[in-house]
Design a protein around this ligand. Structure first.
Ligand code: HEC
Ligand code: HEC
Ligand code: HEC
Length: 287
């Protein structure tokens, strides 16, 4: 009896614990696979997003012509809206059930009858279907299909580099990041322990990798963007670091190394790493 009681107590605790653990999880729905067809590179434009912008514009036009009582233009915009709204189900069949077809038919009837108060009311309530899909899918979709993709960038990486002994599944970008981090810490460790020639060798390897990395920015950035400021700001920090290492100055090396990591690594990570990590994760679960 007591054993049974202990067992059920244990079970209860386990269930409770799993309940609290589960409550701490955040689940994101994967965007349907057929969405990919409506984004670059499969599509020549970001067609899904343009359809969305059109829907918002069309709703605004409906409201506008209801308030003016312009039946002809109301009819025209309502037809466009209905076509675009229904196109959601053609573009992404998985989302057919997310649409409120009965409400759309009501809207079309109210427009045809020139029943303006009802057109406005129905248009507003139709937006519940927009909001419900957005709250589930908007952020993950933008992250998956519109954040910059670093995984396919080819970099001319030297053979036998520090990033090489990692998993072969790593992208070139992940490899160079591993090696940047390796050399950066190499400078720090060797300087701290007074192995200056080794610190110099790590620094020179780091500079080599930075030149490779710099060449990759132009894949997506044009000259004259904020990027130039980022890289030239970094040049000063790198020169100060080089000087400190050459002078065998332990404290100064640590300080300039920290400054350099913030201006280059941390600032670029703030812009790119979070999104790249999320994108990688999403891509793994919805290829
Ligand atoms: C079944 C899902 C779904 C429905 C229904 C839907 N949307 Fe969207 N919408 C999305 C997704 C996914 C995105 C994110 C696209 C992106 O950022 O690339 C989006 C993005 C948008 C955006 C861009 C937001 C921004 O400013 O970045 C607008 C505007 C928009 N939707 C309007 C509408 C309107 C208006 C309706 C209803 C009449 C609607 N959508 C219905 C899925 C949906
Ligand atoms: C795969 C494409 C891609 C590559 C490669 C890339 N960027 Fe970007 N970067 C972008 C996009 C797109 C933006 C605009 C913001 C966004 O959507 O993330 C951006 C924004 C930035 C920003 C934020 C400030 C701004 O201009 O809006 C910085 C800083 C930046 N990039 C630095 C770099 C540096 C430094 C490199 C090279 C080492 C680089 N990026 C390589 C695509 C890329
Ligand atoms: C383009 C601007 C950019 C610059 C400059 C940059 N990084 Fe990164 N870093 C990234 C991106 C993007 C990722 C995510 C790559 C991915 O997982 O696809 C990343 C990921 C990393 C990672 C994780 C690698 C992994 O295994 O996934 C490390 C470590 C790292 N960076 C170190 C550094 C260090 C150290 C510096 C400075 C010397 C630096 N990075 C400069 C963009 C940058």
């Amino acid at each position: 009896m007591t054993r049974r009681l202990t067992l059920s107590l244990l079970l209860a605790v386990a269930i409770l614990a799993s309940h609290f653990l589960a409550a701490a999880e955040i689940c994101l729905p994967a965007p349907p696979a057929s969405l990919a067809k409506w984004y670059k590179p499969e599509n020549s434009r970001q067609q899904w997003l343009h359809t969305m912008f059109a829907l918002r514009r069309e709703l605004q036009a409906l409201e506008h012509y209801v308030s003016l009582g312009d039946q002809v233009l109301l009819q025209r915009w309502s037809e466009r809206f209905a076509a675009n709204y229904r196109s959601i189900a053609t573009m992404v069949p998985e989302w057919r059930d997310a649409l409120d077809e009965p409400k759309l038919v009501e809207l079309e009837q109210a427009v045809a009858a020139g029943d303006y108060p009802n057109v406005a009311r129905i248009a507003r309530s139709l937006q519940a279907s927009c909001r419900s899909c957005h709250s589930d899918y908007r952020a993950v979709t933008a992250m998956r299909y519109r954040s910059p993709d670093f995984s396919t960038i080819d970099l001319p990486l030297p053979e036998g580099d520090a990033g090489d002994n990692k998993s072969p599944a790593m992208s070139d970008y992940q490899r160079i990041m591993e090696s940047l981090s390796h050399y950066l810490n190499g400078v720090k460790i060797s300087a701290e322990d007074g192995f200056w020639p080794l610190a110099e060798a790590s620094l020179s390897a780091l500079k080599g990798q930075l030149t490779v990395l710099e060449g990759s920015c132009a894949t997506c950035h044009r000259e004259g963007q904020q990027l130039d400021a980022l890289l030239s700001g970094t040049a000063g920090d790198l020169a100060a670091l080089t000087q400190a290492v050459a002078d065998r100055q332990g404290k100064e090396t640590a300080k300039t190394l920290g400054g350099f990591s913030v201006t280059l690594c941390a600032r670029c990570h703030a812009a790119h790493r979070l999104a790249a990590d999320m994108r990688d994760e999403l891509q793994r679960h919805s290829p």
